[in-house]
Design a protein around this ligand. Sequence first.
Ligand SMILES: *Cc1c(COP(=O)(O)O)cnc(C)c1O
Length: 404
Amino acid sequence: MLDINKIRADFPILNRKVNGHPLVYFDNAATSQKPRQVIDKITEYYTQYNANIHRGVHALSQEATDLFEEAREKVRAFFNIPETKQTLFTSGNTHSINAVASGAHVFVKEGDEVIVSAVEHHSNIVPWQMLCERVGATLKVIPVLDNGELDMDAFAKILNSKTAFVVVNHISNALGVQNPIEEIIEKAHEHKALVLIDGAQSCGHMKVDVLALDADFYTMAGHKMCGPTGIGILYGKEELLDRLPPYQGGGEMIDQVTFEHTTYAGLPHKFEAGTPNIAGGIALGAAVDYLESVGMENIAAYEDELLKYGTQKIKEIDGAVIYGDVDKKAAVISFNVGNIHPYDLGTIVDKLGIAVRTGHHCAQPVMDRYQIPGTIRASFAFYNTKEEIDVMVQALQRAVIMLS
Ligand SMILES: *Cc1c(COP(=O)(O)O)cnc(C)c1O
């Protein structure tokens, strides 16, 4: 089992006070906190081997290149990506999705259909809408049931020979519900459709094996898995990445440049134009090391314990309604209490040092589905504790009395 006190000691920010109270950080679905090992790696890069990579013959450039490529290799192994060249560094999950959607006219033609789910983050809706407008394709939506699960019967009906792409998140950031992506991938492939899985909420919370999943593309956010902001990952099947045109032109992504014609570099560099986030990539390698030292199975099991405990405690609040209260979910609890506006509750608990998210969580269609303006979202990580959940629930109880 996890030594939570030892783990908490690795996260400097957990020592700080907010509004005079010890910080209780329950906004992990928006971004995770960073252990000292990751923060130190960033400092180490800038103090010891800051240089541009892949081009210099000098020592610093080679050291930085080696460490950046070593980090890529760590990320590759962590997600069981077959080849290093299929492990692309981007600036974040949103960039990863856009890198695919912007070139997806080679996969999606006029009259085709693209299927998204009703529980997507805006960043996995808008790029596909833009693609559909560009090529003359139609966007279709898998509806969500009252309990927060996708309506798989409806999905089976929407799928047809015109379906070119299916895009869905592994875990919904708004509800925490884990979607049946294995089944979605299998059904989509039966119809010769490609599948992109948005893994922003899964990457730091469960073991993800992209090879076993058989997704065509899978995207991750470094900052949601204990890494820094400004670094993301895109995995794709090699033949598809070969066919996908580059998202940006520039240095690093070329083979030969003349004014008549330019040939592109091979993978992964074709998708990595310009100077990348070198410090971010190297620090993401340190985040992967850290997560592996704790163990993804341990993390998933402990976070599930927090989820069960938190769910039970929140249900004890008079008038509390949880959205997406199903068995298969991540440690994300999205809820409201009576008719109290989530923003009002969030503001009061913030005064007591508790960071929860309030609002639509970049998933307005989900809120429309439940006809609510938003929710309060408490999202846990492996450095949180049951005691912190008790502190939050007590604060919520107090706030409810003040606001009713
Ligand atoms: C956070 C998140 C995104 C957006 O990721 P960025 O880090 O903002 O680029 C997309 N989808 C889901 C499910 C998310 O949780």
